[in-house]
Design a protein around this ligand. Structure first.
Ligand SMILES: Nc1nc2c(ncn2[C@@H]2O[C@H](COP(=O)(O)OP(=O)(O)OP(=O)(O)O)[C@@H](O)[C@H]2O)c(=O)[nH]1
Ligand SMILES: [Mg+2]
Length: 304
């Protein structure tokens, strides 16, 4: 997509940080569209997810990543390799932290890891809407001093506070170059992938704690007709008892997951959606190479 004026900027921006810092919420708000799923539960994001922001200054290609923490098992390895790939592809890295009186140990590790890789690193403190001003100011100073970034950007992704300042900072450090993606679109993720993620988000948000991290969603078919899109999805879980919880009494839970997911998919696609959900058990799928592959958590989808 060459619409270059010669001063236009374009490049890749990886969004990294510890689980639950608000990375996916931030990316969605920066690009103005819900591409990445979010929830109160840590380790919501499993895949790298790409979204673009295009304006007269150029194009920022954001990559949202899974929360950086001690990720274990086959799925953990997959998530870690996705973060590494996003960082190595990036022209600029945004590290998302949350205001605190002391620098969180995981933030320290992340900052120490990225500070020496020779790329611009912008630090942002998210969720300022829920912290008092004094703490936010102290945190900005403390993170800035520790990290040598005098311009730590305080933001609220959820309330869209000061996110423009972050966008300005990203454009400042991006290389000059023509836009790489069609400005009409905010992502190159497929409807299939986003639909699977939306179903997983609703399950994450609605289910009891023991179930969510053991689920995967596979879209078995998508059929687009002129007025309606038919989607068949399977929610895989690890145990028979989890299956019962996901379906719920009188199938109430699965119906709720389906209704909420359908509403979001309809918003995204702008068409009516008929979403059929079923639930299957697949024990230990998170450590099974063949199941990980079948569920899309293998080379290719994460670009390794
Ligand atoms: N109050 C407030 N909540 C926020 C803000 N940004 C994100 N959240 C909430 O924080 C929770 C986690 O947000 P996510 O965007 O899923 O966090 P994440 O960093 O992508 O999490 P992982 O994918 O698990 O690493 C959700 O409940 C969000 O609604 C913010 O600016 N203010
Ligand atoms: Mg996330």
């Amino acid at each position: 997509m060459n619409t270059s004026s010669g001063t236009e900027k374009c490049g890749y921006c990886a969004i990294i940080g510890r689980p639950d810092a608000g990375k996916s919420t931030l990316m969605n708000h920066l690009i103005g569209q819900k591409i990445a799923i979010t929830s109160r539960k840590p380790q919501t994001t499993r895949d790298r997810v790409r979204g673009y922001l295009t304006d007269e200054r150029g194009q920022i290609i954001f990559t949202d990543t899974p929360g950086m923490t001690d990720l274990k098992g086959g799925l953990g390895k997959y998530m870690t390799s996705g973060i590494k790939k996003a960082v190595s592809d990036a022209d600029v890295i945004v590290v998302v932290c949350v205001p605190a009186y002391r620098i969180h140990e995981e933030d320290r590790l992340i900052l120490d890891t990225v500070r020496d890789i020779g790329k611009p690193v912008l630090l942002c403190l998210n969720k300022i809407d829920v912290f008092d001003r004094d703490l936010v100011e102290k945190s900005v100073k403390m993170y800035g001093e520790h990290y040598g970034d005098p311009e730590v950007t305080p933001v609220s992704a959820l309330k869209d506070i000061n996110t423009d300042a972050l966008i300005c900072r990203i454009f400042e450090v991006l290389p000059v170059g023509p836009c790489l993606y069609d400005p009409e679109y905010a992502t190159d993720e497929s409807v299939r992938d986003i639909a699977a993620e939306i179903v997983r988000e609703k399950a994450l948000r609605l289910l009891r704690d023991e179930v969510p991290h053991g689920i995967a969603v596979v879209i078995e078919s998508v059929k687009e007709l002129p007025e309606i899109m038919h989607i068949n999805a399977v929610i895989y879980c690890e145990r028979e008892s989890h299956k019962g919880i996901i379906i719920g009494k009188g199938a109430r839970m699965i119906k709720r997951i389906g209704t909420e997911a359908r509403t979001d998919i309809e918003k995204l696609t702008g068409t009516h959606v008929n979403l059929s959900l079923s639930v299957k058990v697949r024990q230990n799928w998170k450590d099974s190479a063949s199941s990980l592959k079948e569920f899309g958590y293998s080379e290719g989808r994460n670009g390794q």
